[in-house]
Design a protein around this ligand. Structure first.
Ligand code: NCD
Length: 338
């Protein structure tokens, strides 16, 4: 085994905080790594070889905001690579209740592990942790697994992976018309995905949302700056026929202060049989999940429903991200030969 006991050095990927830093070559490399690794894992020998890739590395999963998919996919991604994981999911069990500062808690986690994956209700926390790491003698990479209503970079990576796989035979993501629907104001997944769109040429975005939950000006300014055209509408039916992909999101009710979401007629922003009839035959339907009433479960049977595959793609993309962070991508060649 050629695994050496060194701390992660500054490889080409260290912290994963802000999707805006991802360029096309890295996105393409991560997508290709994800596919190669999932192929290799299909055989026992391949799965064992993957487990021998990072057996000396440990990850801290610090998830103080509810999570099913992101937590489980990171946890399993770590295990696929042979990593050990420890977790804090309930802040009441951490020394923060004794008054320990956030910075001191993060520094403590970093003393025991080689990477910190974190999800918080507040935005900016992962960035704060990464900044702290940059100033200490033993920095470990920090991965943002969802920061408030602001960003969710690894979700955007898996969304790109899903789009790319879906359009593999259709020229890739370039030139596609992508709809984003639902609570675009408070949904961090669509915000992060918009940022990654600068890497693809000829993409056009269609935002479909109630006026109160329209995409925020900061993201629109970014799109303008990068000359990514977008239109806004509250008419799903009119928008549907032009779309190559529709990315559906739920109302982010947890941010309501006075039941704002309940005032929305969700049926106007939902996918069921009538909407399927208006969608192109080769279009795809995505959703970061969990879903509410915005996608009828009967849609799951439609070949255009991509969200369950998208969910699984997430685990493989997170494996790829960890491989890249620890700089072991060159060892995938040998695993492919086992
Ligand atoms: C999303 C999130 O947490 O932002 N879920 C996820 O990570 N797959 C989307 C959501 O909760 O609506």
């Amino acid at each position: 085994m050629s695994e050496t006991l060194v701390l992660p050095t500054r490889t080409s990927l260290f912290h994963v905080i802000d999707p805006r830093v991802f360029g096309r070559p890295l996105l393409d490399e991560l997508c290709s790594l994800a596919t190669r690794v999932r192929q290799a894992a299909k055989t026992d020998a391949g799965a064992r070889a993957l487990r021998d890739l990072l057996p000396t590395r440990r990850a801290m999963l610090y998830f103080t905001q509810p999570s099913t998919r992101t937590f489980l996919s990171f946890n399993n991604a770590c295990h696929i690579l042979g990593m050990r994981t420890s977790e804090i999911r309930d802040p009441s069990t951490s020394s923060e209740v004794k008054g320990e500062s956030f910075d001191d808690s993060i520094r403590t986690f970093s003393s025991y592990v080689d990477v910190i994956v974190m999800r918080t209700k507040e935005s900016g926390r992962a960035a704060q942790a990464a900044k702290l790491m940059n100033g200490i003698p033993r920095p470990v990479p920090v991965i943002n697994a969802g920061s408030g209503s602001d960003q969710h970079p690894t979700q955007a990576l898996l969304d790109i992976y899903t789009l790319q796989r879906s359009f593999e035979e259709a020229g890739g993501i370039d030139g596609k018309v992508i709809g984003m629907m639902g609570d675009l104001k408070r949904g961090r997944t669509v915000r992060s995905l918009c940022y990654l769109m600068r890497n693809y040429s000829g993409v056009r975005l269609v935002f479909i949302a109630p006026e109160q939950f329209a995409m925020e000006p900061d993201v629109k300014a970014y799109l303008d700056q990068h000359r990514i055209p977008y239109t806004e509408t509250n008419n799903l039916s009119d928008a549907l026929p032009q779309l190559d992909a529709i990315y559906v999101t739920r109302m982010q009710t947890e941010w309501d202060t006075a039941g704002e979401s309940r005032a929305i007629d969700l049926s106007r922003f939902s996918i069921g049989a009538p909407e399927l009839a208006r969608l192109k035959r080769d279009a795809i339907i995505m959703h970061p999940l969990p879903r509410g009433a915005e996608i009828d479960p009967s849609v799951d049977q439609d070949p255009r429903a991509m969200y369950w595959r998208q969910e699984r793609n997430g685990m493989w993309m997170r494996v790829a991200v960890l491989i890249k962070i620890f700089g072991v991508e060159n060892r995938i060649d040998e695993i492919e030969r086992v």
